[in-house]
Design a protein around this ligand. Sequence first.
Ligand code: NAD
Length: 462
Amino acid sequence: MKAHDGMYIDGEWRAGTGNTTISVVNPADEQTIAEVPAGTAEDIDAAVRAARAALPGWAATPPAERSVRIAALRDALAVRKDELAETITAELGSPLPFSEAVQVGLPLKVAGSYADLAASYPFEEKVGNSTVYLEPVGVVGAITPWNYPLHQIVNKVAPALAAGCTIVLKPAEDTPLTAQLFAEAAHDAGLPPGVFNLVTGLGPVAGQALAEHPDVDLVSFTGSTAVGRQIGATAGAAVKRVALELGGKSANVILPSADLATAVSRGVANVMSNSGQTCSAWTRMLVHSERYEEAVELAAAAAAKYGDRIGPLVNAKQQQRVRGYIEKGVAEGARLVAGGPEAPREKGYFVSPTVFADVTPDMTIAQEEIFGPVLSIIRYEDEDDALRIANGTVYGLAGAVWAGDDAEAVAFARRLDTGQVDINGGRFNPLAPFGGYKQSGVGRELGAHGLAEYLQTKSLQF
Ligand code: NAD
């Protein structure tokens, strides 16, 4: 893999000020594929200064022109789509067809949606005797995770650009090569120098320096709830805007009238996708006691079929963590019906697709986010019981409801404390707001709601 040995700041690749690097490891074979520079607080400061200097010009650029640049960015990403997919497969481990269709396909759509929105969004509105201007928040510090490395970057950078903000990105340690390719695309798209800047580096060093930088106006963070809480506290102390997309423990609620076979097979597929490293995965399957054993058998058979088709987890630490959760599930009395804690291969950070039955709502595996291919099947007795279990975690990111008809599923979904719910297998919509209730986060990404996060209002009275 080709890696840049510098940071992308003020429209050029320049050497970082530190003298350490981060090794990028292919999780399928544990080989080091590249080294990237570990950014320092000085690198972050240089990037923030470049973003600040570029802000007045970009904020004043007419939205139609910003739209043209975002469309050019989308096109520059599209030109690199094969290289992006191969890079994501190499540094994250997701199987190549998944990298092509989802890891790259989805962000191309999202980038396109913000090219459209920049051109059509009402940045000015009349309210009685006032004119309200929706202005860019300013300099954005974007901190992203590794699980959908390109998607998480585009989710932040595209709406920020559409709003007229300038950006400093600190991507995840495990997937910096995707971020470097993104920076190349941003350069080719003709963004003015300083509008987009990239600093690779460690979370507690470069990430923290970005989150704490006094000249950053908004910190947009996607990652773990633990780090999100810290970033929220820092932002709160500085009275600055913050957007947090955090963890989840979503419920897949199968009501008695549902088509059980479809609901179970789609539920298993949802959890195993991206090796379970999806914050919105439906990792708790809730089934009525009368259909419980049938669902368990179907889920175990579906998981067993995944076998070798599942990719590795991103790194050794995640693999250890997930295997620890599986051991904990067994220790707390859940019944293992597929997979288990043993590593299925000698090389690579693989974990077997795992299904637990007889999971009770208070078990660790029913409460904590595992971020691996592990499904917990929980029994309920009636709808109120199902609702209590579904809402009974600190999270509220996503979920699914299956029923004989949409109206019944919708009535249940409206009672869920969660940000988005798929009704009878509803498709992902890249224009619909994405974000969490409760400890799953603050703010929304995607579509017009995602754009609004990067705007602040000014009203003039006449
Ligand atoms: P993480 O919180 O460890 O890291 C995320 C990012 O934060 C990385 O870029 C990391 O370098 C940086 N970081 C780490 N410590 C930091 C600090 N002290 N200050 C500033 N930045 C710091 O999370 P992860 O392990 O990379 O990702 C997995 C987690 O992300 C899961 O909990 C998952 O649910 C969550 N996630 C949420 C969403 C969502 O949209 N809600 C999407 C993807 C992942």
